[in-house]
Design a protein around this ligand. Sequence first.
Ligand code: ATP
Ligand code: MG
Length: 354
Amino acid sequence: MSKTYKIAVIPGDGIGKEVMPEALRALSAVCQRFDILLEMTHIDWASCDYYTQHGTMMPDDWKTRLADMDAILFGAVGWPDSVPDHISLWGSLLQFRREFDQYINLRPVRLFEGVPCPLAGRKAGDIDFLVVRENTEGEYTNLGGRIFAGTEREVVIQESVFTRLGTDRVLKYAFELAKQRSRKHLTLATKSNGIAISMPWWDERADEVATGYPDVQLDKQHIDILSARFVLQPDRFDVVVASNLFGDILSDLGPACTGTIGLAPSANLNPEGRFPSLFEPVHGSAPDIYGRNIANPVAMIWSAALMLKFLGETAAHDALLHAIETVLVQGPRTPDLGGQASTTDMGVAIAQLI
Ligand code: ATP
Ligand code: MG
């Protein structure tokens, strides 16, 4: 008898509501094939529609309702015309990340065959790396303030907070990932020449953690040149680890180098499984294309595949990824990939291949 996984399904806003059904379609096909049981709980909160009706993004007891889920599948949040982004984001996704201690944000960056690359001369296989972003502390603290506000003497301070626990655990996770890959190469995003207290300390922590991973090659690069190399020499990278801010920037730049944002998945992980992890596309709710059924569903479907991998269902993950690869080569393709297919067409094609 196979295990039943409890999954919370949160489509959220905008195209989140269009791409989620395609992820569920693909999951249904792959779970049937591999005899995996998913018990889905469909949730309409953590959305701006819910906010408009209730004046809050989520019910008070959201944490208890989600705490015993095995994973959360999330579409996108944000509808700036009715709810300011800081309210929708801080009232949902950022709560999950913090309260569920999802301290790893993992974003695969890969150039697929059949997808036009904005970098000249690059072909599938040239770009295939993982960005590991610290997801709970660092530069995003909300600690600080303004004094003499609005005057010529105005002073603004915002602190960054790095803890040894928080830094070491993301470094260890990245070293473990690198160790499992064939190239065994880890790039640390640093800026120890300019940010002269916290970044030299990150370098030190990385050196110390590295002693436990003699077979992994550690390469420290300043964030400025590292960003340039994402564009100029993307084949240099295997696993990249970064602080919250640096990782935020790199994990948008990476997917931008591989074609469309409509392909990029992400995982917000609590690796020990003390709390549920959350899987979501990198893209947002895309109000500009919502309602036309033209959003690319691959980022959402690939995120669902990452969920299966994290749950230990590696064969199902691989099958899903293979179906994605095949459809990107042979079509149908949504407009962001130069095609004319709808979200549904592409989702159905992927599910059928499984
Ligand atoms: P957020 O702030 O929520 O991360 P955003 O508002 O910065 O997101 P998105 O909502 O991701 O940005 O949209 C950015 C651009 O990418 C928009 O023009 C949007 O139409 C396009 N886009 C986003 N997701 C997709 C998708 N799945 N398929 C096709 N185009 C997409
Ligand atoms: Mg947005």
